[in-house]
Unconditional design. Structure first.
Length: 225
């Protein structure tokens, strides 16, 4: 039966196509499989976008460190420019993670409540999971907050990258110019070294506080719900 014929027949019987499929086990299983493959594809696409952003952040760190330590006359503030670049990628990735989380959450809901129960019956899936999934499809929404996504990406990747840059910058303004006081070496275009160090310390203190923040959103871990 064609799609038009199915819709016409459904209208005559006073039932929607969706209701008829829900009452037909074989049609429901086929639809669930196709839907699951579609959600997996979307989640994989957004996962690749996350990885691409992280890869570019790693490339920036490697390039900045290579250039900054290739000679004694390299300005130390190039590393701080790298910090700005990596932070920009962090903000971009937090937004991308929010999109990815929406698709991943639907995939996990199907895996946990449908496929897990099919493979290992008797574990009492969430009785309302179908209704919840239906509402998500009717009214799509990003559920994880920007703050939660930011916390997650800092813990997974970006705290380590920013820490490497911080340690490299500290070494660059101390070990590479032992004949000068760090206050003089850390200065930038007339800005006193103390002020530069103060800004860097405050920035990294904020980063550490955000990373260790105990108030986490619900689905900030890859294999959580």
């Amino acid at each position: 039966m064609s799609e038009d014929e199915l819709e016409a027949d459904s209208s005559e019987n006073g039932q929607s196509v969706g209701r008829r499929i829900a009452g037909d086990l074989s049609a429901y299983v086929s639809l669930a499989g196709d839907y699951y493959r579609g959600e997996i594809d979307r989640a994989t696409t957004w996962r690749a976008r996350l990885d691409q952003t992280t890869n570019w952040a790693v490339v920036i760190v490697a390039a900045v460190l290579t250039w900054a330590f290739s000679g004694d006359n390299r300005p130390h503030y190039v590393i701080l420019i790298g910090v700005i670049g990596v932070t920009t990628f962090l903000l971009m990735e937090a937004n991308r993670y929010r999109e990815y989380d929406a698709w991943r959450h639907r995939v996990r809901k199907l895996q946990r409540n449908l496929f897990a129960e099919a493979f290992s019956p008797g574990h009492s899936p969430n009785a309302d999971w179908q209704d919840e999934l239906g509402e998500e499809l009717r009214e799509p929404a990003i559920e994880i907050s920007f703050r939660g996504a930011l916390h997650h990406r800092l813990r997974r990747s970006y705290l380590a990258l920013l820490s490497v840059l911080l340690l490299a910058w500290a070494a660059r303004v101390t070990a590479y110019q032992p004949e000068e006081a760090w206050q003089q070496t850390a200065s930038i275009l007339g800005l006193p070294g103390e002020a530069v160090v103060g800004v860097v310390v405050v920035f990294f203190a904020v980063i550490v506080v955000l990373t260790l923040w105990s108030a986490r959103e619900d689905r900030t871990r890859e294999f959580q719900v």
